[in-house]
Design a protein around this ligand. Structure first.
Ligand SMILES: *Cc1c(COP(=O)(O)O)cnc(C)c1O
Length: 347
């Protein structure tokens, strides 16, 4: 088969959740937005539910159908974007809990779905989602009267533990929620690692579950093997790939593998990335094209059937560094053409 194989280790995801759960001095949820960071939400949430997770977080109500179907009734599914116009039916039918971001969303929710569970999202300095102090002060009594299930905010700089904003946001969160007898949540992966002062009642890790920084102790989750379609020998002076950006300086054996930027292997990795033949690194030469990558395999005694882009020697953060991005973007770019194989599927 020509398509590349992406192996997702669900046991590693469950083990990462359990480690973050032990570090969290409170309940631990799981952020599974964007199809569980591109890995496959249905399989991931079933595994996490089996590991003990009871609260799941998604970005959009539309993402809820797959997840509710996979989880069945019972676990809570929170929606970061809150209650958008037109969402009411979906929120009700799928029993999703919107995290209300504004007075406008609060009014919409209380009018369209009175009695339906909701949470509150507060802005403590990131200026992205949630109510700011003045807006919150104006609606706080009405909101608390209606019985929110959760009040949360989000840290802007938790990948930098020494950043002053972390403490400022925690202080602001305390100030804005003073006297509210409602469970509170501030920390994602980075906040869990910063310690108990950031944990409150519930944490919401995402990237750490999937093996990414800043959770340095995470078990790796992904392996990506790109099949070799063809090999060829080029002479010194011959050019390789679009725009002839690489010229052989010596006799070179090339392998052409079946994946490219259409599969999320960013074009910025041209002449930069490394693939692995078992323990042996093999440099990408020339441009990454839409469906193909060319690799220098001159030093291999035999060319294997596939070369690894992600695996034991190169994780998502290593690849992200080479691509000038973050592990989150490497994961969520993983393409739909890969044959996804899950290890540790729940029955
Ligand atoms: C994505 C997200 C998370 C999870 O963050 P990680 O850094 O992946 O752990 C938690 N809360 C909110 C509001 C988010 O948008």
């Amino acid at each position: 088969m020509g398509s590349a194989r992406l192996t997702i280790d669900l046991n590693a995801i469950a083990a990462n959740w359990q480690r973050l759960d032990r570090l969290s001095r409170c309940e631990t949820g799981a952020t599974v937005k964007a199809d569980a960071y591109g890995l496959g939400a249905a399989q991931v949430v079933r595994k996490l539910a089996q590991a003990g997770a009871r609260k799941f977080f998604i970005a959009l109500a539309e993402e809820g159908a797959t997840i509710r179907q996979a989880l069945g009734n019972g676990p809570d599914i929170y929606v970061y974007s809150g209650h958008m116009a037109g969402d009411a039916q979906m929120l009700r039918n799928l029993a999703l809990t919107p995290l209300i971001n504004s007075a406008e969303q609060l009014a919409r929710h209380l009018e369209a779905l009175p009695g339906h569970p909701f949470g509150i999202q507060l802005d403590t300095g990131m200026n992205r989602l949630g109510m700011e102090p003045r807006e919150w002060a104006a609606v706080r009594d009405i909101a608390l009267e209606a019985g929110p299930r959760l009040i949360q905010s989000h840290l802007a700089c938790s990948d930098e533990p020494d950043h002053l904003m972390n403490g400022q946001q925690a202080d602001e969160f305390h100030a804005m929620t003073e006297g509210c007898a409602v469970p509170k949540s501030l920390a994602a992966t980075g906040g869990i690692l910063m310690g108990q002062a950031f944990h409150f009642d519930l944490t919401r890790p995402g990237i750490g579950l999937y093996g990414g920084a800043p959770f340095a102790e995470a078990y790796p989750v992904t392996q990506l093997a790109l099949p070799v379609i063809q090999t060829r020998d080029v002479e010194p002076g011959e050019a390789v790939g679009y725009s002839a950006t690489w010229i052989a300086g010596r006799p070179t054996r090339l392998a052409t593998v079946a994946a490219g930027y259409a599969d999320g292997i960013l074009r910025h990795l041209s002449n930069r990335a490394t693939l692995w033949a078992g323990d042996t690194p093999c440099p990408v030469v020339g441009r990454v094209s839409m469906d193909l990558i060319t690799v220098d395999v001159s030093h291999l005694p035999t060319v294997p059937e596939a070369l690894d882009l992600l695996g034991a020697h190169q994780g998502i953060d290593d690849l992200a560094r080479a691509a000038g991005t973050i592990g989150y973007e490497i994961l969520t770019s993983l393409g739909p053409r890969y044959r996804r194989r899950f290890e540790g599927l729940t029955a």
